[in-house]
Design a binder for this molecule. Structure first.
Ligand code: NAG
Ligand code: NAG
Ligand code: NAG
Ligand code: NAG
Ligand code: NAG
Ligand code: NAG
Ligand code: NAG
Ligand code: NAG
Ligand code: NAG
Length: 799
């Protein structure tokens, strides 16, 4: 009790401390001390630097998604210079940043999981401040910095911030996300600062010029200090003797050096009148020579802005992303009689030269070398008359530039060669309307005007719908090559889109992975689940959906949202397949299977008390996470042990959430869906045809909790709103002298009596007839985690 009073009074103390400093003149806080916190919900909860140049707080990156960030207060759209958790945004509710008493500054998500921390330790006084230069620091009593954000930049270096051997800039993935991308600016092992594309499949340096020596590039490898800094006047200098000045050199303008999502490093100055950024320096890199833009076989060309394109006879591997580039529609054989070459003027691919061929080789000689070598995919031949020949084993980072002194010859099957007139690469108008997969995207663009929210409701901004259409259009406009002076619609490249590991599979791929759907591992209302192994040896669960009448586009739209939901207590969706009538979902594979198998049919005593408790808590966290989003359709509506899967450590993961959106609703009684809910777990409001809210999930959760505690199954055990398991539990309590009778005998009496009592109480609150008396899932999480003893009492009073 003492503890409780103490924590309540501390709570108010913290609150008032925060508010006092908030009301001190300008909005925003000067500093934050131990025990205080910034809350995502409170607009005034952010720090400002002494003169107000920078602010630091929760920055909105999606509909209900925030990253803890530092931004320029006075730039248009608040330019972000640093993020604590750019790859893992937190929920717009209940997320907090606080300095714990042990000196660790932590960022917690709605479910209280720690998303990011400074891992600092200091038992004495500590304070976090945002310095005028943009460094967020934790200082101790003597003013020493215990931690500073300058040591771990994201994509931006501010004046006086050092780039060292221990850090690097990493670009954003696309223009409108804050996710980490693949471009890096760092010191390499030769002590030279460079720009490198560090992609999932290949890594390659594109600046300084990789075809020249370090010295030809005016750098030196001899100084191993590895340190570089931009000073306040706008002069940059590095230990490898790279130096440059801002074009508006001098004190005054606020500047930032940012590695942009397109792989180009730019120094910007802020125009203090308009709030806009001007580029005041950038290395000389052709946008199309940045690596990793377009993937295998694809060619980057200016239209006039850079765009990727597949060649005639090729198609994009993955229509949502250029990462994997293009592939031939027909396979290439090794037989020289069956292959030929397409000529691309002023075009080249980077690297992968099979041999550095000398000069004075005839075109015919070069061609025959490549023709007779199965590994050769094509060759470059110089147009300057010196007979330089470059056969290549891999075609990546292709580019076309009007004056480039190289023609490229790509090996293709003879059948795919376009007719002579097509060889002129007459560009076709881009036509998106005929592509079924995209119709929803263009609709999305129209429906919401400029916003991109409907498909991005869930965490993380990704690519805007409009941006996605553009990218795909370019892919489809495969004849869009070589000529770039046509007047038609010209589309900018949004570059690497949606490379989140969530992807589209072909039916053949999944058929192969599952050995023609052999090993059945589960069966539910939505279809049968099979075990499979993907090409990269990842084991997956493939669910074949039944009763889906949605078109491919609609289906894609829905799964895309579900695919972005990411939480340790929710089963991760890895991808999907929508081809003709086939609708399949690919999930991570969980070796322990579902809870019902272990709880009800397994006689070995694997489910000891701690495991049961952690399953109860984890399931609550998962549900709480989806409920916090307040999206009606993500209500689970079918919480039961069959849908709680266990990983190798017996951590629970909820399966099947969001499914109601994918399944045909035709023929259902209004308000009572054929596929949702299972007898034994249904809240009374289902029977009464009342509106279904998150509280229906809470009811089902309560039943699952009773099952976990008692070891008795509730499945099917429900008539006219009376749940037999609940009746049994109430009866036991009435008869006995407490809750001790409601214990699974398989526990052999080994369990935590306090926790057990609490779980029974929580379960009974969850299964209240009146849905308003049931706690929310986040209440349940709090109670289970014992962080909020008060809430139990409050709820009991209310009940
Ligand atoms: C804040 O602005 C004042 C007046 O412009 C200046 O004298 C002072 O140096 C600035 N403080 C910092 C920390 O830059
Ligand atoms: C600021 O954001 C708005 C809305 O996203 C956008 O329309 C506008 O172009 C942005 N302005 C600048 C300068 O980036
Ligand atoms: C503050 O930190 C510095 C460096 O870690 C340390 O030397 C100093 O003793 C600390 N001061 C206090 C009061 O703990
Ligand atoms: C190496 O670089 C550092 C940082 O730029 C500089 O201070 C130092 O003098 C350099 N050392 C030599 C030997 O040039
Ligand atoms: C940058 O400008 C300063 C002052 O004008 C000059 O001394 C210096 O040489 C310049 N550095 C470079 C790399 O241009
Ligand atoms: C804006 O920038 C200019 C040039 O750097 C400077 O002369 C002027 O004082 C600045 N104005 C304000 C309001 O800071
Ligand atoms: C290339 O051939 C031309 C004419 O046959 C000759 O003049 C030239 O020296 C040759 N170049 C080399 C590097 O062999
Ligand atoms: C490529 O160049 C050759 C001559 O260098 C020319 O005959 C041909 O028409 C060009 N092809 C295209 C598509 O421009
Ligand atoms: C676009 O494609 C659709 C379907 O393939 C076709 O009916 C339509 O005529 C095309 N539009 C243009 C402008 O080519």
């Amino acid at each position: 009790m003492e503890n409780l009073i103490l924590s309540i009074s501390l709570f108010f103390l913290q609150l008032s401390a925060t508010k006092t400093s908030a009301s001190g003149g300008a909005r925003g806080l000067q500093s934050l001390s131990k025990g205080q916190y910034l809350s995502v919900e409170n607009e005034d909860d952010f720090l400002v630097s002494p003169n107000g140049t920078f602010s630091s707080g929760f920055y909105k990156v999606g509909d209900n998604a925030y990253c803890f960030s530092i931004w320029f207060t006075n730039s248009i759209n608040k330019t972000v210079v640093w993020m604590a958790n750019r790859d893992q945004p937190v929920n717009g509710k209940s997320s907090k940043l606080n300095i714990r008493r042990d000196g660790n500054m932590i960022l917690t998500d709605a479910d209280r999981s720690i998303i990011w921390q400074t891992s600092t330790f200091d038992q004495t006084w500590l304070e976090v401040q945002l310095l005028e230069l943009g460094n967020l620091v934790l200082v101790n009593q003597t003013g020493d910095k215990i931690w500073g954000s300058f040591a771990s930049p994201t994509d931006t270096l501010l004046p006086t911030q050092y780039l060292t051997k221990d850090n690097r800039l990493v670009s954003k993935r696309t223009d409108d996300t804050y996710l980490s991308g693949y471009y890096n600016f760092h010191f390499n092992d030769d002590n030279v600062l460079n720009l490198i594309y560090n992609g999932p499949q290949i890594a390659s340096v594109y600046w300084p010029n990789p075809y020249q020596t370090i010295f030809q590039n005016n750098r030196t490898p001899y100084n191993s200090t590895r340190s570089a800094v931009l000073n306040k006047e706008g002069h940059f200098f590095s230990s490898d003797i790279l130096k440059f000045n801002a074009s508006d050199y001098g004190l005054g303008p606020k500047r930032r050096l940012t590695l942009d999502y397109d792989g180009i490093l730019r120094l910007y100055s802020l125009d203090n009148v308009t709030g806009l950024w001007n580029v005041v320096w950038s290395p000389e890199i052709d946008a199309c020579k940045v690596h990793g833009l377009c993937g295998s076989y694809a060619v980057c060309l200016y239209t006039p802005s850079p765009a990727c394109s597949c060649l005639p006879g090729f198609e994009m591997v993955d229509k949502t992303s250029w990462l994997n580039g293009c592939q031939l529609r027909m396979s290439l054989t090794c037989n020289p009689d069956e292959v030929t070459f397409i000529q691309l003027n002023h075009t080249d691919y980077s690297g992968y030269d099979q041999k550095a061929y000398g000069v004075n080789i005839t075109l015919e000689g070069c061609r025959s070398t490549c023709l007779n070598d199965c590994k050769c995919k094509g060759f470059g031949y110089s147009t300057t008359g010196d007979g330089v020949c470059y056969p290549k084993s891999r075609l990546v980072d292709g580019y076309h530039m009007p004056e480039h002194p190289m023609n490229f010859y790509i090996k293709v099957p003879k059948e795919t060669v376009p007719a002579e007139d097509k060889m002129q690469f007459i560009p076709t108008r881009l036509n998106c309307t005929g592509i079924p997969d995209l119709s929803f995207m263009s609709e999305a663009g129209d429906d919401n005007g400029k916003t991109k929210t409907p498909y991005l409701k869930y965490l993380i901004g990704f690519v805007s719908a409009v941006g996605l259409v553009e990218i795909i259009c370019i892919g489809i406009g495969w004849l869009y090559i070589i000529l770039y002076h046509q007047g038609g619609e010209v589309v900018d490249m949004g570059y690497l889109a949606l490379a989140m590991g969530f992807r589209r599979f072909t039916y053949t791929e999944l058929k192969t992975a599952t050995g023609n759907f052999q090993e059945e591992i589960g069966r539910g209302g939505f279809g049968i689940v099979y075990k499979g192994v993907l090409e990269d040896d990842q084991t997956v669960a493939v669910k074949r959906l039944e009763g889906v009448s949605q078109g491919e586009a609609e289906f894609w739209a829905e799964v895309n949202i579900i695919g972005k939901i990411n939480h340790m207590n929710l089963v991760k969706m890895l991808g999907f397949c929508a081809e003709k009538k086939h609708r399949l979902l690919v999930y991570e594979y969980l070796p322990k299977g579902s809870l019902d198998k272990i709880l009800f049919t397994d006689s070995s005593e694997q489910l000891h008390w701690e495991r049961r408790f952690s399953i109860a808590a984890g399931t609550a966290k998962g549900l709480s996470y989806i409920h916090e989003e307040c999206l009606e359709w993500v209500l689970h509506c079918d919480v039961k042990p069959q849908n709680i899967l266990l990983d190798e450590n017996f951590q629970p993961k909820l399966a099947d959430f969001g499914m109601s959106k994918l399944i045909d609703k035709k023929g259902d009684i209004p308000g009572f869906s054929r596929v949702r809910g299972t007898r034994g777990y249904l809240a009374p409001e289902w029977m009464m045809n009342q509106g279904i809210t998150a509280k229906a999930d809470v009811y089902s959760y309560g039943i699952v909790l009773l099952e976990l505690l008692s070891g008795r199954s509730a499945s099917g055990d429900q008539e006219n709103g009376h749940n037999h398991l609940v009746q049994w539990v109430l009866e036991k309590i009435r008869q006995g002298d407490g809750v001790q009778d409601i214990v699974d005998p398989r526990l052999n009496g080994v369990y935590d009596k306090e926790k057990h009592k609490k779980l029974v109480e929580v379960a009974l609150l969850c299964v209240k007839e009146d849905k308003d008396k049931r706690p929310s899932m986040s209440n349940v999480v709090s109670i289970l985690l014992e962080e909020d003893k008060e809430s139990v009492e409050k709820l009991q009073l209310k009940a």
